[in-house]
Design a protein around this ligand. Sequence first.
Ligand code: GDP
Ligand code: MN
Length: 385
Amino acid sequence: MNLHEYQSKFRFEEFGIPVPHGKVAETPEQARLIAAEIGGPVVVKAQVLTGGRGKAGGVKLARSPEEAEQHARAILGMAIRGKIVRKVLVDPAARIKQEIYLGITNDRAARKPVLICSAEGGMDIEEVNRTKPGAIIREHIDPLLGLRGYQINALALGIELPYALWRPFGKIATGLYKCYVDSDATLCEINPLIITENDELMAVDGKMSIDDNALFRHPDLAALRDTSAEPPEEIQAREAGLSYVKLDGQIGCMVNGAGLAMATMDMTSLYGEADGIGPANFLDIGGGADAETVAAALRIILADPNVKVILLNIFGGITRADEVARGVIAAFTEHPTDIPKVIRLVGTNEDQGRALLQAAALPNMSTAMTLADAARMAVAAVKGA
Ligand code: GDP
Ligand code: MN
């Protein structure tokens, strides 16, 4: 889960990182009032869960409250990389002497968090990595030892930070690492960390990603989730405990197990490729797929107008196939639909499962024994539809 800039910076501040003291506005009038309260120049910043807002015109300096209102009017409602702006942050404008990059993420290969720093802040760090890889300095952090003083010094030296700023820089790096660990984050990023005209360090932009699997122990962070920016099906799926990703094909896939779901997508893509047919989604209904889970999955799949066929690919392992069959029948009874259904049900208790499906005689249903057959049949059904 990604946090907005303002959420990230408010959190950074709790860890002793200096940030501008701005406020969030949802209307141009609010932006004007906040700017008036701040007094002096402000910066109006689009709050969307994507980077590159500056380049897209989503970050604008204003010298007066009226100008802040105008900028807010232009920015609110605009789309940045497909995301609609619904809030702006109004911050006191910083006077920037230099822009630094400072971020922490997981280095999976090293199995450690890595602190990344560059004197070439402001722009995308990926871009710096491409064009000037030497300008990026990395320090891996041993989670048992934590961030050590000598590592902070190595970064400060590496970016040629003026010596007078080493101590505040150390506080910021330490705070960022503590924030990263305490939040179960997968990314804590300040870009830019600026040196102001008064020779002070300040985090002008902030970004945090939280590990979804750890959110259960951070109800305060989970509550920050901005669902207005997510597709409604993905919100429904999360609430029902399903893993769902919408794709642009026509075959609604309902599968138990992430690996099997990916194999199902591959097979439908393979057989459908020549005709522009493919999976409409990735959907893992998980282990204990009961009637309620299957019904929730079905609702989500049917809500997608692109779906022409439903392909159920169920492997009965710990979940017995007859149980899943009951779930499927209950779900289709609750949401009757004529849409073609291709069902492949194998594994534990498959005979009972298939017998139940035959007896239920769902409209427009066909069954397959192998995944290849099921995928071919689903593609053919899309062509026929
Ligand atoms: P991003 O484009 O989404 O990364 O948004 P940022 O918050 O990083 O802003 C982009 C750029 O706008 C920064 O790199 C700065 O150059 C500039 N900027 C942001 N805030 C201020 C500010 O308060 N004062 C000044 N002068 N420039 C700013
Ligand atoms: Mn930035």
